[in-house]
Write a protein that binds this ligand. Structure first.
Ligand code: PEP
Length: 257
């Protein structure tokens, strides 16, 4: 983390978990144990149908609500999809784009990720852009090539002033939901590489202002070590963000003075 230049953001990704009533219950439990998080921002990205319930439930707390996906068109015949404007109108601030589950299961590509990044930014939302290699790609030794391609494709055409609104989440696919975490060194190395890639594209001043998160089985036991890496500015957390006590322990790890 480097709080001098950029925000530390601890974000939950609930995926397809929790009903609206469970969202309310989570918020009530969290409220009792949530510390005053002076040193980090807290975000919970929830299923689209739960956004209104989450906005109501987290209103009195310093917890921002985000979405897990959006479609890049403004409106039209796209049955089942949700636009950036619709999210914005509900009070959403952040939206996850290009999560590996969407890339693997729902045909998300670097091209659609780029379109979604633009749609989010044009609506005034902060995209959390997920990038990450599979185990096979890591073993082939092409991790950095792949990350470079994913970052450059996602940011193609994004103006420097808009880049400041983007968050990048490095999520090695082999570490998501598997209980297998990247070592702090592995995660730190890729996050440093992502910042270097942004530096080449946008210059040092902008690169140092971008929040880069790590995601992949982050939990209370490994969060502090991961967050101690200079280029890891927070976490995108799946499983551990579903339990208020575990989520708070990760927030505490990021909230050290
Ligand atoms: C995620 O969904 O982005 C994620 C990192 O999940 P988990 O923490 O469960 O690995």
């Amino acid at each position: 983390m480097n709080r001098r230049y950029r925000k530390t953001i601890i974000a939950g990704n609930w995926k397809m978990n929790k009903t609206a009533s469970e969202t309310k219950q989570f918020a009530e439990e969290l409220k009792v144990i949530l510390p005053k998080a002076k040193w980090c921002d807290i975000l919970v990205c929830v299923p689209a149908v739960n956004i209104p319930a989450a906005i109501r439930a987290f209103k009195e707390m310093r917890v921002t609500v985000g979405a897990e996906n959006l479609f890049y068109e403004k409106s039209g015949a796209y049955t089942g999809e949700v636009s950036a404007e619709m999210l914005k109108d509900l009070g959403v601030k952040y939206v996850i784009v290009g999560h590996s589950e969407r890339r693997q299961l729902f045909g998300e590509t670097d091209i659609t990720v780029n379109k979604k990044v633009h749609a989010a930014l044009n609506a005034g939302l902060h995209p959390i852009i997920c990038v990450g290699e599979s185990l096979e790609q890591r073993e082939l030794g092409v991790t950095m090539d792949l990350i470079s391609l994913q970052v450059k494709s996602a940011l193609a055409g994004v103006a420097p002033d808009k880049l400041r609104k983007c968050v990048i989440a490095y999520e090695p696919v082999w570490a998501i939901g598997t209980g297998r975490t990247a070592t702090p060194e592995q995660a730190g190395e890729v996050c440093t590489f992502i910042r270097a890639t942004i530096r080449h594209l946008y210059g040092a001043r902008i690169a140092r202002s971008v929040t880069i998160q790590y995601g992949g089985s982050m939990n209370p036991g490994n969060a502090a070590e991961l967050l101690a890496q200079p280029d890891i500015d927070g976490g995108l957390i799946g499983g551990a963000a579903l339990k208020p006590d575990q989520f708070v322990e990760i927030i505490n790890a990021a909230n050290q003075e």
